[in-house]
Design a protein around this ligand. Structure first.
Ligand code: RUQ
Ligand code: CUA
Length: 652
């Protein structure tokens, strides 16, 4: 049967190729030219993919699909020393201790007036709830805030249209405050929270307030824009409040809810004192770019709003069935729910919602939150769209595109009328999709990317685990057209694309050496030195093409802890130096021009240990090396260091 089928297909294909070979070839080169970016020329878009369980963000150029950078976020990275160097360890501190791994899901680009402003990228950590800020001048993580009273920070960071806030929510409800209770007491003791985190000032992220929610699972979020600015929307599932075998027990209700949160109202309640300041321990970590050093601060309380005491802060929109994504149209008027078990895609109208609130068209109330009548808020339903609708984005021309996991496709429809106009396959089991700028007031359109969970048979096999794929589509015409496919690192739940022109001229090329305020920096080779303080040895080291100063060190003993503080004295773009030493237990460090980084090293046995530069920095890179002599504990070999001839002052 199989052979027969394959044979049949081959026949048809060869017929096609024989019959219309020239036409086919023309269309392939036409497609290929759309993704061809000549060597040396730049892509039109940056696209930031989440790294999922890898904890990172990957940057690609589109349309070529060329990888540009892996940004380290919730992880330790032996390549650069992120999370290993003394300067970056505080970035990964939390109330649960040093947490060097997490699961990133949703990148979100900062906005001004609902459009990308190219300043920052935010990304959530799902496991130990956190949100990170990445500075798009350096493409480095510069700030991480932990979210207290939370579990599974999935509906996050999805900010507001002037980046006033980024949001967080509990995919997993938990006892609030955390305490030791039986899991069976879920319905009484477990609660959800929705958090608004101040995001507009770098270095100053803070949980502005939290809203206490019923113990459901809050899954995804989008904030309004234009007319709906001031509101954010969160899907929920498991409104059954099951705590075991959710695949059955959380699929009972025909409708769950989208929570509509009026954050301007929440601000009023905070101003009027309608909240409780409750104890909560959480970390705020930020990287001081001049000190080249991360700083942690511990926060001790949070403002909690109970909707019962702040009427009007939250409403529920009944949504079929176990919804996943919620997305707001570019004009800010329509709210699309992706009911993954639903037969339709419901599209709600924001203005109808306001009217329904005014007319109190409520079905019931849950924990002080009115449930609006479905018919009163519905714009229309997309009928028989596909199987397993998840996520939706917009092209700025009145069309929405929804990804459908089960039927592996994307469906395109008019969101005002719910009329389906096109569909395209995705190989296979698509999760998120993105349209360039598709969550802003002014989508760029042009390209769409599908992020597919399963890629069996699409590429050369490489063992049981296959990378997930991204598929690039042209959406500039009436018909969706598949252009190319490339592979991604980790699990790219979601990605966001921005016009390169909004970022590229502002990107930093070096860190100015004169601004370096690292306490262990050296500004010239003359300042390089080694200092002993009891059992601690500080090496103030410089690196410049192609030597370290000092490059010979003696007088270190077993029992010492050595800190190599390496300053890269270069002030030229793309000239990092690396530093690696034999016996280092975790990482090397890569030091950018003008930067200082510190690697801790604890020698265990007497001997002479080489160190070297790991980054091919010049024709004499292989010569960029040195030695450190380690003597037995208690030895009296004097401290001595030099580069070139041992200097007399170093001898003393
Ligand atoms: S998820 S495939 Cu955003 Cu983590 Cu929807
Ligand atoms: Cu410095 Cu190689």
């Amino acid at each position: 049967m199989r052979n027969f089928l394959v044979g049949g297909i081959t026949l048809i294909m060869s017929g096609l190729f024989l019959g219309c070979a020239p036409k086919k070839e023309a269309s392939i080169s036409d497609v290929a030219s759309k993704v061809y970016v000549a060597p040396g020329s730049h892509d039109e878009f940056y696209v930031f993919f989440s790294g999922g369980f890898g904890g990172h963000v990957t940057v690609y150029g589109i349309p070529s699909g060329r990888i540009l950078k892996v940004i380290k976020v919730f992880q330790q990275d032996p390549e650069t020393g992120w999370g290993y160097s003394e300067e970056t360890k505080p970035m990964l501190m939390t109330s649960l201790g040093f947490i060097p791994w997490d699961d990133t899901h949703h990148p979100w680009l900062s906005q001004t007036n609902g459009e990308h402003d190219g300043r920052w990228l935010f990304i959530n950590a799902n496991n130990v709830p956190r949100i990170a800020r990445i500075d798009l001048r350096t493409f480095e993580t510069t700030e991480i805030i932990e979210i207290p009273n939370s579990g599974g920070n999935h509906p996050s960071p999805y900010g507001t249209e002037n980046t006033e806030y980024v949001v967080a929510g509990t995919r997993f409800s938990v006892p609030i405050p955390q305490r030791d209770v039986p899991v069976e007491s879920f319905k009484e003791n477990f609660k959800g929270t929705i958090s608004f985190i101040k995001a507009n000032e770098p270095g100053k992220m803070d949980v502005a307030f939290q809203i206490l929610m019923p113990g459901f699972n809050y899954d995804l979020a989008r904030c309004g824009r234009g007319p709906s600015h001031g509101w954010c929307f969160f899907t929920s599932y498991n409104t059954e409040q099951a705590h075991t075998l959710l695949e059955v027990n959380a699929s009972q209700n025909d409708k769950d809810y989208i929570a509509a949160i009026n954050w301007k109202r929440a601000e009023e309640c905070v101003a009027q004192g309608k909240y409780k300041e409750i104890p909560a321990t959480y970390y705020h970590n930020y990287y001081d770019e001049e000190k080249h050093m991360a700083i942690s601060e511990v926060k001790k309380s949070v403002k909690m709003i109970d909707p019962k005491e702040c009427p009007g802060v939250a409403y529920f929109l009944p949504t079929p069935k176990s919804p996943h994504g919620v997305d707001v149209s570019d004009d800010g008027e329509y709210i699309v729910g992706g009911g993954k078990l639903a037969a339709v895609i419901p599209i709600f109208s924001f203005s109808k919602m306001l009217k329904a609130i005014e007319q109190k068209a409520f079905e019931k109330e849950i924990d002080g939150i009115p449930v609006l009548k479905y018919d009163a808020v519905l714009n229309c339903e997309v009928e028989k769209p596909c199987l397993g609708p998840l996520h939706t984005e917009f092209d700025g021309k009145g069309y929405a595109y929804t990804s459908c996991f089960v039927s592996s496709e994307i469906v395109k429809y008019e969101y005002k009328t719910c009329k389906v106009v096109d569909r395209a396959p995705a190989y296979y089991s698509i999760g998120h999709l993105l349209v360039m700028g598709g969550d802003t007031r002014k989508p760029y359109g042009k390209y769409m990317i599908a992020m597919n969970k399963i890629t069996k048979d699409r590429q050369l096999p490489v063992g049981p685990e296959l990378l997930q794929s991204a598929q690039l589509y042209d959406i500039s015409g009436d018909k969706i057209r598949l252009l190319s496919e490339f592979y991604t690192l980790g699990e790219p739940h979601y990605a966001q694309g921005i016009l390169a022109s909004k970022i590229k001229d502002n990107v930093a090329k070096i860190y100015p050496l004169e601004k370096n305020k690292h306490p262990f920096a050296v500004k010239s080779e003359k300042e390089a030195r080694v200092e002993r303080k009891g059992n601690v040895v500080h090496v103030y080291m410089s690196a410049i093409r192609s030597h370290f100063t000092p490059d010979n060190i003696e007088g270190v003993r077993v029992g010492d802890t050595v800190y190599f503080h390496v300053t890269n004295l270069e002030q030229d773009w793309d000239i990092p130096h690396g530093f690696a030493i034999m016996g280092a237990e975790n990482a090397e460090i890569l030091i950018m021009p003008g930067q200082t980084k510190t690697l801790k090293w604890v020698p265990k046995a007497p001997g002479v240990y080489p160190f070297y530069c790991t980054d091919f920095c010049s024709a004499l890179h292989q010569e960029m090396q040195g030695y450190i002599r380690v003597s037995p504990a208690g030895s009296n070999v004097p401290l001595k260091y030099y580069t070139g001839l041992p200097s007399p002052q170093a001898q003393k």
